[in-house]
Design a protein. Structure first.
Length: 110
């Protein structure tokens, strides 16, 4: 069994995101190509986004810190620490309204 402190990782990666020219930092906390599930901690400096993209599979998002906005076409969702969203299965964008950290969970096979 292997555990992580998401609180500690969130602060560490927010610091890295703030210092990065992209305004982002990420770490896979579980999974990878050999697994059906991948969980990635993503930190975004306030005002930054992932850019619109296709989902890599079924996915959910849990907000660890800050405020984020997910947009998909004409739909939008705003979340803050503790909120959870099943991401749409079409093009979408994640934007950090403030410095934010999320846990992205992706299932690559049904």
């Amino acid at each position: 069994m292997h555990g992580h402190s998401l609180t500690h990782l969130a602060q560490e990666h927010l610091d890295l995101a703030r210092a990065s020219s992209s305004g982002r930092s990420a770490l896979t906390v579980y999974g990878g190509r050999e697994h059906d599930m991948r969980q990635t901690l993503m930190a975004l400096a306030g005002g930054r986004s992932t850019g619109e993209h296709e989902p890599p599979g079924e996915a959910s998002l849990q907000v660890i810190a800050g405020r984020v906005r997910v947009t998909a076409g004409d739909e939008a969702w705003e979340g803050s620490a503790g909120d959870y969203l099943v991401l749409p299965q079409h093009r979408h964008d994640l934007h950090a309204d403030t410095d934010a950290v999320v846990l992205l969970t992706v299932a690559t096979r049904a």
